[in-house]
Design a protein around this ligand. Structure first.
Ligand code: GAL
Length: 387
C-alpha cells in the first residue's frame, strides 16, 4: 500500500498531527511462506517484526497508556498466557503503560472494558474481537474520541481500525490443507473421505482459514468432503459433540480438518473411544501443550505454530508509534469484505509443525516445556529433540 493512504486514514481518525513521514513505501504483498509438511522457517515472522519495529527493535512509547482486550480463556491456550505474556513483555520494552484485559467470551464485557480504558485516557486501543459488529461499535466510539484502534489477530469487518496485525490467515489455512494431505494416514491414497470442523462463523479468521484449506483440499484428487460444520465461539466441547454425530453417520472418515488444537482435543478423544485415534489424520492450530503432546503420541498429525511475538511485537510497536504521533511501517493491506475498505496490515508467517519439528515451539519457549514434557511425556520430548 502507499504510505500516504495509511497516514490519511490514521490521522483523519485520530486528529493527531503526523510528525514524520515513515520509512520507504511498503509492499502490498504479504510475507511469503514456504509450504510443506515438514515445517517452514520463521523468517517471515522476524521480518514482520523488524519491519514494524525498525532495525533498533523497540520503540519508545513515552509511558503512554494503551488498552488491550483479548477475547476468551476457553478456545485456545494462546489467550490465557502466550499472547498476554508476549504483549506485556513488549509493552514493558516499549515503555508503554498497557492495561491487558480478557473479555471472557462476552461482547458486553469487552464493551465495558473498552469504555473503562477510554475513560482512563488510553491513546491506543487494541482488540481481538468476539464478533465484528460489537467491536465495530467500540472502534466507532474510540474514533469519535480521537483514540486509535488496532485489530489484533482478527479483522473487525465494518470497523475503523487504523491497523490490522495478524498472521497471514489464508496462508494458515493453506498450510493446514497442504499438511493434512501429507499425513501418513492418507498420503498417496487414491480416495479419502474427510470432514471439516471450522472455527466460529463470527470470526473472520475462521473464514480465511477455511478459504485456505478448502483451496487445497477441494483440488485433491480422490478427496471427498462428507460434512462441513462451523462451530460457534470455537466451542471445544461442541466440536466434539458435532464430530461424534458426523462419525456415527460416516464411520469411514480418514481425515478430519479441524481448525485448531482446542477443538481437535475432543475429536481425538472421540476417535480414541472408537479405537481409531492415530488411524485418522487430524489437523490443528496454535501449538498448544495438548496439541504437541498428541503430535508426539501420533494421534494428531500436525498443528500450526504462530509465534506470539510475531504479532505482539509489531502490534505493540505500532501502538507505541501511534501514541507518540508516528506512523508504523506496514507490510500488506487487507480488504474489509463488508465495506471494501483497504486496511493497512502487518502479517506474519505461520509454521506447520509435525513430528519432524515438534520440538520447535517448545525450544522457542512458546509452548512451555514444564507442562508439555511432564511425566510420561518426558521420554517423548527427549526422543523428539526437546532441549
Ligand atoms: C482465531 C485465532 C486462532 C485461535 C482461534 C480460537 O481467531 O487466530 O489462533 O486461537 O481464534 O481462539
Amino acid at each position: 500500500m502507499r504510505k500516504g493512504a495509511l497516514s490519511a486514514a490514521v490521522f483523519a481518525a485520530s486528529g493527531v498531527m503526523a510528525l514524520a513521514a515513515c520509512g520507504s513505501s511498503s509492499s502490498s504483498s504479504s510475507p511469503s511462506a514456504t509450504a510443506g509438511g515438514g515445517g517452514t522457517s520463521a523468517g517471515g515472522t522476524t521480518s514482520a517484526t523488524s519491519s514494524a519495529a525498525g532495525a533498533s527493535g523497540t520503540v519508545d512509547g513515552k509511558g503512554a497508556k494503551v488498552g488491550i482486550i483479548l477475547p476468551d480463556r476457553t478456545t485456545s491456550n494462546r489467550w490465557i498466557s502466550t499472547d498476554p505474556d508476549a504483549l506485556a513483555a513488549r509493552c514493558k520494552a516499549d515503555n508503554l503503560d498497557c492495561d491487558i484485559q480478557n473479555a471472557n467470551n462476552s461482547a458486553t464485557t469487552m464493551a465495558t472494558q473498552a469504555d473503562t480504558m477510554m475513560n482512563n485516557g488510553v491513546k491506543v486501543l487494541m482488540l481481538v474481537n468476539l464478533d465484528s459488529a460489537s467491536a465495530a461499535k467500540i472502534e466507532q466510539k474510540a474514533k469519535s474520541k480521537g483514540i486509535i484502534t488496532i485489530d489484533y489477530d482478527r479483522l473487525t469487518l465494518g470497523g475503523d481500525a487504523s491497523l490490522y496485525v495478524s498472521f497471514d490467515n489464508v496462508k494458515v489455512g493453506e498450510l493446514q490443507g497442504q499438511t493434512l494431505v501429507q499425513c501418513p494416514q492418507v498420503k498417496g491414497k487414491s480416495s479419502v473421505n474427510y470432514v471439516e470442523l471450522n472455527g466460529a462463523p463470527t470470526d473472520n479468521n475462521a473464514t480465511l482459514f477455511a478459504q485456505g484449506y478448502n483451496s487445497v483440499l477441494s483440488k485433491q484428487p480422490g478427496w471427498k468432503k462428507l460434512a462441513d460444520q462451523s462451530i460457534a465461539n470455537w466451542d471445544n466441547t461442541q466440536a466434539g459433540i458435532t464430530f461424534t454425530s458426523m462419525y456415527q453417520k460416516n464411520p469411514d472418515i480418514q481425515a478430519v480438518m479441524v481448525a485448531n488444537d482446542g477443538m481437535a482435543g475432543p475429536v481425538i478423544a472421540d476417535l480414541a473411544k472408537q479405537k481409531k485415534a492415530g488411524a485418522v489424520a487430524v489437523s490443528g492450530q496454535d501449538a498448544t501443550v495438548e496439541g504437541l503432546q498428541r503430535i508426539m503420541q501420533g494421534t494428531q498429525c500436525f498443528t500450526i505454530y504462530k509465534p506470539s511475538v510475531g504479532e505482539a511485537n509489531p502490534a505493540v510497536d505500532a501502538a507505541a508509534k501511534f501514541a507518540t504521533g508516528q506512523l508504523p511501517t506496514t507490510t500488506a493491506t487487507v480488504t474489509d469484505t463488508e465495506t471494501g475498505r483497504k486496511v493497512p496490515a502487518i502479517l506474519a508467517t505461520p509454521i506447520a509443525i509435525t513430528q519432524a519439528n515438534v520440538a520447535l515451539p517448545i525450544n522457542d519457549g512458546y509452548t512451555p516445556k514444564a507442562t508439555t514434557c511432564a511425566n510420561t511425556f518426558a521420554e517423548l520430548c527427549t526422543k523428539f529433540g526437546v532441549k
